[in-house]
Design a protein around this ligand. Structure first.
Ligand SMILES: [Zn+2]
Length: 196
């Protein structure tokens, strides 16, 4: 991999957001460090079905991006995921509620193109960072209040920063292409060195 790329293996929108910080060539890299990078990431999320175009349109309609607020949300969420104690939930929950108070959501119903099952799509009332944080807070609350939270797992590659939902109970790596194969070839190399 020549440079870090956006990923969508987080299984939820909010975890894909957590994964916008990556460890690459010895450095922690923020993938959304400019307004144009945030918009490129939102567009990537839309292409991959993580957000609906109605949500994307609303978010990009406002062009003022207060990036430190996004960084703070990501940092607080990462720190919460590291220690999911009741104490941490009690600290984190009012923060999420405050965000939603500043930018309420309305809901629309959409049919899944494959199954035709209807599902709720939250649409932020405001664009830009306020709207994005409201969507992320909603998804975080949903994740925390369901059994999804106990399946949230950090990639087993010690230098990788990625989180995902371990639905099978057996998944070790964020993705086989990046971390899985790298760890496998590393162990293979160690075995080779020990035996020679
Ligand atoms: Zn990984």
């Amino acid at each position: 991999m020549k440079k870090p790329v956006f990923t969508d293996f987080g299984d939820r929108f909010v975890l894909d957001f957590v994964n916008t910080v990556q460890y690459f060539r010895g450095k922690t890299t923020d993938m959304i460090d400019s307004p144009s990078a945030v918009i490129a990431w939102l567009s990537f999320m839309t292409e991959n079905g993580k957000i609906a175009s109605v949500q994307y349109q609303k978010l990009v309609a406002d062009s003022s991006w207060d990036l430190p607020l996004l960084g703070e949300f990501r940092q607080r969420l990462r720190s919460f995921l590291e220690d999911r104690s009741l104490k941490k939930i009690k600290q984190f929950s009012p923060y999420l509620t405050d965000i939603m108070t500043g930018s309420p959501l309305t809901f629309t119903m959409r049919a899944d193109p494959e199954t035709m099952n209807l599902h709720l799509v939250p649409v932020p009332q405001r664009g830009s960072v306020s709207g994005l944080l409201a969507l992320l807070s909603y998804d975080a609350m949903e994740m925390i209040t369901t059994d999804a939270l106990e399946r949230v797992k950090k990639c087993e590659n010690p230098t990788c920063l990625a989180y995902f939902i371990n639905n099978s109970g057996k998944r070790k790596w964020c993705s086989m292409e990046t971390c899985g194969n790298r760890r496998k070839s590393f162990r293979h190399y160690q075995r080779y060195r020990r035996s020679s």
